[in-house]
Design a protein around this ligand. Structure first.
Ligand code: 5RP
Length: 299
């Protein structure tokens, strides 16, 4: 029983202060439970409502991608500059210190490797909900193949993961895949992002496209954009700026950060666009400043 000695005598119930009625700041997730909201708030910053996610899960189908030959060397220095690390259970547990404070988005599905003709040909769950909980995941990522052979299978996986996530309070990130043959039009992304949200994704990862404003508006949960192939830094910042201006709630970028001449400079510059409203030109200055200072320290 609590010790009553020394307790304040007068109780203050603040009868004149109404309980906060504010909705949750992450779009479409107001109905989620406290645990899921808490995890979403670890991914999305309250002040900007946005997130910088760093994707380094490429090896799950591609093996050692250029720039990611040594995850243990390349990724840890970037962690302080991003909100979320997105990787596989193998990469996170073998290459990232458990003391990391960034959020963790765990890729929980596997797919066929690039040696197969059709990337959507097979796949399943590689990390179940118990393992995701054990790894203290803030989010679970599921690859989906809308308009491709693996569409039905990947939607089934999305539904299973999001059901398990709802049970235990872990949000699901639905990832829109774009194969070589697949169109990258507003029409396609309108359909794909909406299908993922309606089938249980709490957040959707998709690509920037012409007409993105309408894609973001029609998707009932936040969209974070993928970076895609490496672009010149200025162009990647321009794409991030346009996406944020048109309704994206963040980026989930890989190659445009870790393949940059200055990955730390690029991570910081992207953060300025995503969280502080910098234009691409302003953010590029940040990138150059960091890159030059690394040169001066002989890095
Ligand atoms: C593939 C993914 C990857 O994580 C993502 O595309 C990699 O990031 P980037 O394209 O920016 O290198 O989700 O669908």
């Amino acid at each position: 029983m609590a010790d009553a000695i020394g307790n304040k005598k007068a109780h203050e119930y603040h009868l004149d202060v109404p309980a906060p009625a504010e909705g949750f700041f992450v779009k479409g997730n107001n109905g989620a439970g406290w645990g899921m909201k808490n995890r979403l708030a670890r991914m999305f910053r309250r002040e900007s409502g946005n997130t910088v996610m760093l994707a380094f899960d490429h090896g799950y189908i591609m093996g050692p991608t250029s720039g990611l030959e040594r995850i243990d060397v390349v990724i840890p220095p970037l962690a302080p500059w991003v909100d979320v690390l997105m990787g596989t259970k193998g990469a996170l547990s073998s290459c990232i210190s458990p003391t990391v404070t960034a959020g963790k988005c765990l890729r929980v599905t596997y797919d066929t490797t690039v040696l197969f003709e059709d990337l959507s040909a097979g796949g399943g769950i590689v990390c179940d909900i118990e393992n995701a909980i054990r790894m203290n995941a803030d989010c679970m990522a599921v690859q989906t193949f809308i308009g491709a052979a693996g569409e039905a299978r990947s939607l089934e996986l999305l539904a299973r993961v999001s059901d398990a996530g709802s049970r235990y309070g872990i949000p699901t990130l639905g990832v829109v895949a774009v194969g070589k043959e697949m169109e990258r039009t507003e029409k396609f992304f309108l359909l794909a992002t909406r299908v993922l949200a309606e089938n249980g994704a709490n957040v959707v990862k998709s690509y920037y496209c012409d007409g993105f404003e309408r894609v973001a508006a029609a998707c009932p949960v936040p969209i974070v954009i993928a970076g895609g192939k490496k672009l010149p830094e200025r162009e990647a910042l321009e794409m991030a700026y346009r996406a944020i201006s048109e309704g994206a709630r963040g980026v989930d970028m890989g190659r445009n950060i870790f393949q940059s001449d200055s990955p730390v400079g690029m991570a910081q510059a992207i953060g300025k666009v995503v969280h502080e409203g910098y234009t691409a030109a302003q953010a590029y200055e940040v990138y150059e400043e960091v890159k030059n200072s690394e040169g001066n320290t002989g890095r």
